[in-house]
Design a protein around this ligand. Structure first.
Ligand code: G
Ligand code: G
Ligand code: MN
Ligand code: NA
Length: 262
């Protein structure tokens, strides 16, 4: 696909939009947060998945202005929901942040401005970072500590798939660990003699115990059925995300859900 210039034009034309996926209490089903997931509404191709264009945006550097837009739009929408429904209905909103953004010298100032411009309290914002982003170097570590000092929360996304290390978790000012979907797939299957399911359960249990020991919250990702939710609850998870609990959806759809629950 020929994406480079297209993405720039798409950003200038306002063709990106955010979907939001609920993050849900496994017992009771209360929505405790939302993850913001960008979509490209290409006038010719329709809705394009970020899996198709985020890698290109990262390669070309367009991820920096695109990520800035995602951050601001998430703060705007979260502040609007909070004003309308209050913190009992929505605790926090979580955009994804790419490593390229962390290396942008304006990143911390952009986050501060996005919060201030929309009147969103910093503790309502969770930035989702991957381990590989966090692992890269001293400069990033300083940025993360500045964000932490501002009161913004940091989540380690896709946890368990990167070069996760205990020293990383200890040094990184994270508040939340998101257990990767690959450990949730099949976790409900426990016929004796399915070592893969046993291994997933062991990893899931180890991650939640580690998080508890370090005072971090957890989110189990990619939950696609009730059996998985039940199993994760028994392993010690209290919060999850996945198609079974709620698909990524337009903001208006979530507004309806919040209004019905209020
Ligand atoms: O939204 P899913 O629906 O298809 O997203 C696919 C991938 O794109 C995921 O790894 C997700 O983290 C990533 N992604 C979605 N939105 C954003 C975004 O705004 N910024 C970045 N950096 N990644 C995103
Ligand atoms: O990398 P990150 O965790 O941000 O990726 C989120 C991606 O996972 C998005 O593409 C989102 O649409 C997708 N996703 C969310 N819940 C589920 C699920 O239950 N099953 C699958 N297959 N994908 C999911
Ligand atoms: Mn994410
Ligand atoms: Na993930």
């Amino acid at each position: 696909v020929r994406l480079g210039g297209d993405l720039r034009r798409a950003l200038d034309n306002g063709e990106f939009r955010l979907f939001y996926q609920p993050i849900v209490a496994l017992a009771g089903g209360r929505i405790v947060g939302v993850e913001a997931l960008v979509r490209w509404e290409d006038p010719e191709r329709g809705l394009v998945s970020p899996a198709e264009f985020i890698p290109a945006a990262e390669r070309t550097g367009l991820i920096v202005p695109l990520g800035r837009w995602v951050l601001r739009e998430t703060c705007r929408q979260a502040a609007a929901w909070l004003a309308e429904f209050g913190p009992d209905v929505l605790e926090k909103a979580a955009p994804n942040v790419s490593v390229r953004q962390l290396h942008d010298p304006d990143f911390v100032a952009d986050v501060a401005a996005a919060l201030a411009d929309h009147g969103l309290p910093p503790a309502r914002l969770v930035l989702e970072l991957t381990e590989s982003a966090v692992l890269r170097g001293h400069q990033v570590s300083e940025v993360l500590h500045e964000l932490h000092a501002m009161g913004v929360r940091l989540a380690l996304d896709d946890f368990g798939t990167g070069e996760s290390s205990l020293s990383l978790l200890r040094a990184f000012p994270a508040a939340i660990v998101k257990l990767d979907k690959s450990f949730v797939d099949g976790i409900e299957l426990d016929d004796p003699g399915t070592p893969a399911a046993d291994a997933r359960q062991a990893v899931a249990r180890a991650v939640v115990q580690l998080a508890d020991a370090l005072g971090l919250d957890t989110v189990a990702e990619g939950i696609e059925n009730q059996e998985q939710a039940d199993r994760l609850l028994r392993l010690g998870y209290t919060v999850g995300q996945g198609y079974h609990l709620g698909r990524p959806m337009p903001a208006e759809k979530l507004t309806e859900i919040f209004a019905a629950r209020q």
